[in-house]
Write a protein that binds this ligand. Structure first.
Ligand SMILES: *Cc1c(COP(=O)(O)O)cnc(C)c1O
Length: 234
């Protein structure tokens, strides 16, 4: 087996253990292999080992990489999305995890109308209020909710978050639990369905699953360390 296949098997074992611990089913968790900075060959090796969902965070990088990969790969956009990239991103990706403002949501909805599509999206929440990160605050999400629900082209799957960076994975638990609580409250008080929670990365995906993650975004635990030189060309 390739290193990537070995790493994938290990990640699946850990996902299984976390599901067992939390009483959830492995079928309820989608593993997204985050291939940013890695080559199409890395994607193809993971695909050969059974991995179908991949994550990218930059439109320009996805543009060269996606055509070099199997067409049945499901691509997830997980990076900060600039308005001028939405038109290109929409047809390339099956889900966008990073709708981080009402303005971006509304613009994406307009373009979806024009393109005749119904994009699946997550609303990104910045629970810790970090200035370095994008996302709705909990307050903004509540106050924007009626307008967000009026965006008839967006199929809102649920919420996404990236907790503050920490050396200790256990520190993320508080934020993951917070995202789940916010989701539960929104569902109950606004009578909407938000089935999905996109949370957890290489260091803390087990904890995220214990707290209810349905989509984990795992890069380095599958592909190894990153060389950011690879982002602009194959
Ligand atoms: C890079 C990235 C990941 C994956 O990070 P790893 O630590 O390599 O697993 C997950 N989510 C987002 C938003 C990212 O940008």
């Amino acid at each position: 087996m390739s290193d990537i296949a070995v790493n994938l098997a290990d990640v699946h074992a850990r996902i299984g253990a976390a599901c067992e611990k939390s009483g959830s089913s492995v079928e309820d968790v989608t593993l997204i292999a985050v291939s940013k900075t890695f080559s199409a060959d890395h994607v193809n090796q993971a695909y050969a080992a059974g991995q179908c969902h991949f994550g990218e965070n930059k439109q320009q990088e996805a543009e060269w990489k996606i055509p070099l990969c199997p067409s049945s790969v499901q691509w997830h956009f997980i990076g900060q999305l600039q308005r001028n990239k939405v038109r290109k991103v929409l047809p390339m990706f099956s889900m966008i995890h990073s709708i981080d403002s009402l303005r971006l949501a509304s613009y994406t909805n307009d373009l979806a109308h024009e393109l005749g599509i119904f994009p699946k999206v997550f609303l990104q929440v910045n629970l810790a209020g970090e200035l370095s990160k994008a996302g709705f605050s909990a307050e903004e999400l509540w106050s924007s909710w009626d307008l967000l629900m009026g965006l008839d082209r967006l199929e809102i799957q649920g919420l996404m978050t990236v907790p503050p960076v920490s050396e200790q994975p256990e520190k993320s638990r508080h934020w993951f639990a917070g995202l789940r609580l916010l989701r539960d409250e929104l569902q109950q008080k606004t009578d909407t369905r938000l089935p999905s929670l996109s949370m957890g990365m290489s260091g803390d995906y087990s904890i995220a699953i214990e707290e209810g993650a349905t989509h984990v975004r795992v890069g380095s635990a599958i592909f190894g360390g990153r060389d950011y030189g690879l982002t602009n060309s194959p």
